[in-house]
Ligand binder design. Sequence first.
Ligand SMILES: NC(=O)c1ccc[n+]([C@@H]2O[C@H](COP(=O)([O-])OP(=O)(O)OC[C@H]3O[C@@H](n4cnc5c(N)ncnc54)[C@H](OP(=O)(O)O)[C@@H]3O)[C@@H](O)[C@H]2O)c1
Length: 280
Amino acid sequence: MYHTYVVVLVTGSSGTVGRAVAAAICTTARLGLAAGLTDDVRTVTGRAPATERQTLTRERGVGTHPRRSVVEVAVLGGTGRTGRAVVAELLRRGHDVAVLARDPATLGDAAASVRVVRGDSRDAGALTELTAGVDAVVSALGPVGREPTLHRDTAAALVPVLQQAGVTRFVGVSGAGIDVPGDRKSRRDRLISALVQRLGGAVVADKPAEHAVFAASDLDWTLVRPPRLTDGPATGRVEHHASESCRGTRIGRADLAAFLVDCVEQHLYPRRAPLVAAAR
Ligand SMILES: NC(=O)c1ccc[n+]([C@@H]2O[C@H](COP(=O)([O-])OP(=O)(O)OC[C@H]3O[C@@H](n4cnc5c(N)ncnc54)[C@H](OP(=O)(O)O)[C@@H]3O)[C@@H](O)[C@H]2O)c1
């Protein structure tokens, strides 16, 4: 359901004309003459009007009340190793979850607990269906096979879809080997990053290209940069910084997933690319 909030300033509203204008506006609303739904918001702003839930979420302040403000979260890469952990963590914390899956069968038991949208992450139609009514998007996408431009192509398709849907929050996984402006990495990590970028080829080059797409947008994005990913149970011990290196050189996917969900719920690092690793 959509509501339109109108704020009218009538100078001299205590005067006869001001009172008449105010009365006319109130009467129009009371008689339901303003009840029709128009396309005016989209025409003027280029965006869909916010739903009632999105408005309430925003007015309650995303992050001010962790674990209550964000209700439904869409997940890209939810069939992957990190993505499955993200879906499990979101469900554990009581969120509604929508998952984009090329093959829904690969979701296993989780399929019964989430809204599943079949499709490719570069397909604007599938992304539109996925993000309808959600409060945030988390991406744990990773190229499977020969998809060297997966991240930038997905970002290019997703940004206008989110703008159109009025969804501003995006949290994705990048990599610690990527440099962004303002970095103050240690000598060790500067060396590792140089090697990763030199030897990583197109797949690694795709991450800064993705960053460029989000940085050029007006979205409230966060691109988390983990080092080497490992499997195993969550430890709950994570170190993260906006621009300095972490001491750790790896992180478990379950811990990374919990940090991604923290970023959404607590509104951590808006328009930043934090470095994260298992705390030593
Ligand atoms: N491995 C590391 O040490 C390391 C280090 C730092 C950062 N990272 C980054 O961490 C992220 C997650 O890695 P991971 O190993 O957990 O990933 P993963 O297990 O390989 O999962 C990749 C996910 O992306 C999905 N996907 C790929 N192409 C897609 C497309 N065109 N449309 C829709 N979905 C698509 C896959 O779906 P399907 O099930 O349909 O294939 C799968 O769900 C990646 O971005 C990776 O670069 C990894």
